[in-house]
Design a protein. Structure first.
Length: 487
């Protein structure tokens, strides 16, 4: 098997196996080939990982932020040196084309280690609060053992986006990747050790929805950060609440992307395509409800179809390929069922909707698909599809489109394309979402906070903001004079 790791889990600085766990087959989605066979963590493996994380954390927390940051920055360098190898592994794990993984996956993980490693010396300072003669100060202290649970669309990036702020703030982590993409996080754990991270601070355990609760319910866990769907978020939040654990929830979306008739058409179409077809549409922040002002509807759709039909679909390892398969057969079937619903509920199929004809029959491919004349009530306009399916809706004016854009339980992201500067800011001000874009879409550099509102979650990843979610404040009041007691 061409991507078989040394063992399923990485605990306390080394690979660990326990063949008593349920078998997890890692499948290359482009061909259906089994590329690795792993075991889900047994309760004994979970205990071992959390015990290692608990033991290692205090000494790590006692180091200076500069010393911790130095190790993370070294890990970023190693990731960049091995970008090709890591990107190929990410492509095997997910089916995403190498053209994407080589620029977006290990590199964004490396950005995260570099950024948090770099800001650590300044970003973990507390405050001095003058109180006349007395004074107080605050300290930003780590939470302890943090659990990270990942989705399958950006396995290496998620492993780093959670690991970097947790570690630099002085915590330890036990990370569970998605059962669909178990491979990348093991490499991140290996690289951190090579960069000098003391053993036990970043552990990886495999498992599925039955393994997650063992981590979330563990009494030694202080925080859980989940990237996943809204239904999973509800379960994890509820379980974490029982132990009053801290949580970050990065959940799903059905984000609006609004194109006004004064927008630069090519840029708006490019933004809409990136926001629906990148990673084969498996991006949480995708702008899957594309509202187009009526005056430009025909020209928008004609050019969108032309550009969509030119997308190169094929072998993900071929650098010319722009669109790969879906992550799994289950996800492919789910997306096809939404395409059927779209047709049966009266949406107009502009292009796509089927299986491309130039790919392996065992691959989980879907053509990039565009529906027009979509209305707000249709299932494809309300539910997260998580595949390359764009819904184009028409609108007349600003007030109407803002109200319709907000009429959803989700609130992850939103975008606006317009040449009118004041309208752009007025509209984003009214849109209910955590991360918004004007005249671009889906760019998430490490410097900016990322996360959702409403049912899409809370807490933020990336930027210095993320450190607040991996630390808590300790306030110290210092009395400088005699205590005045009335008795
Ligand atoms: P999922 O919710 O099925 O699974 C996510 C993770 O949670 C997996 O590792 C899974 O094993 C684990 N899990 C499932 N049930 C659990 C439980 N009861 N307790 C603990 N862990 C449990 O999601 P998915 O299908 O892997 O990913 C797709 C979803 O993730 C989409 O909804 C997408 O929008 C969302 N997503 C969100 C972001 C974001 O940053 N907001 C990023 C990527 C993906």
């Amino acid at each position: 098997m061409r991507a078989q790791p040394k063992a399923s889990h990485f605990i306390d600085g080394e690979y660990v196996e326990d063949a008593a766990g349920t078998v997890i087959e890692s499948i290359y989605p482009a061909t259906g080939e089994v590329i690795a066979r792993l075991y889900a963590a047994t309760p004994a493996i979970v205990e071992k990982a959390i015990a290692a994380a608990k033991r290692a954390q205090p000494e790590w927390a006692a180091m200076s932020p500069t010393a911790r940051g130095r190790i993370l920055k070294r890990a970023a360098e190693i990731m960049r040196e091995r970008n090709r190898e890591l990107s190929e592994l990410e492509t095997l794990d997910t089916g995403k084309p190498i053209q994407e993984t080589i620029v977006a996956d290990p590199t964004s993980g490396a950005d995260s280690f570099e950024f948090f490693g770099g800001i650590a010396p300044a970003a973990l300072n507390g405050d001095y609060i003058p109180l006349g003669g007395d004074f107080a100060y605050t300290k930003r202290v780590p939470l302890g053992v943090c659990v990270g649970i990942g989705a399958w669309n950006y396995p290496q990036q998620i492993a780093c986006w959670k690991g970097a702020p947790a570690l630099v703030a002085g915590n330890s982590m036990v990370f569970k990747p998605s059962e669909n993409t178990p491979l990348g996080a093991l490499k991140i754990a290996e690289i951190l050790i090579e960069a000098g991270l003391p053993k036990g601070l970043y552990n990886v355990v495999q498992g599925d929805r039955s393994t997650g609760p063992l981590l979330v319910n563990h009494p030694d866990v202080a925080k859980v950060s989940l990237t996943g769907s809204v239904p999973t978020g509800r379960k994890v939040y509820e379980a974490a609440a029982a132990g009053l654990r801290h949580v970050t929830m990065e959940l799903g979306g059905k984000s609006p992307l609004i194109v006004f008739d004064d927008a630069d058409l090519e840029s708006a179409i490019g933004g809409a395509m990136l926001g629906n077809f990148y990673s084969t549409g498996q991006v949480c922040s995708n702008g899957t409800r594309v509202f187009v002002q009526k005056k430009i509807k025909q020209s928008f759709l004609a050019r969108l179809k032309e550009r969509t039909d030119a997308i190169v679909i094929g072998d993900p390892m071929d650098e010319a390929t722009q669109l790969g398969p879906m992550v799994s057969t289950a996800q492919r079937d789910k997306v096809f069922s939404y395409i059927e619903k779209g047709k049966s509920e009266g949406a107009r199929l502009v292009t796509g909707g089927g299986i491309p004809n130039n790919v392996s029959a065992e691959g989980t491919y879907i053509q990039p698909t565009v529906f027009a004349d979509v209305t707000d009530e249709m299932t494809i306009a309300r539910e997260e599809i998580f595949g390359p399916v764009m819904c184009v809706l028409d609108f007349d004016d600003e007030a109407e489109v803002v109200a319709r854009a907000n009429a959803t339980e989700f609130g992850l992201s939103a975008g606006v394309f317009t040449a009118d500067l004041t309208r752009a800011h007025r509209v984003v001000d009214r849109l209910e979402a955590g991360t918004l874009w004007i005249n671009t879409y889906n760019l998430c550099p490490i410097e900016i906070p990322f996360g959702g509102s409403k049912q899409s979650g809370f807490g933020r990843e990336n930027s210095a903001e993320a450190l607040k979610h991996y630390t808590e404040l300790k306030t110290v009041y210092v009395g400088m004079g005699p205590v005045e007691a009335p008795y």
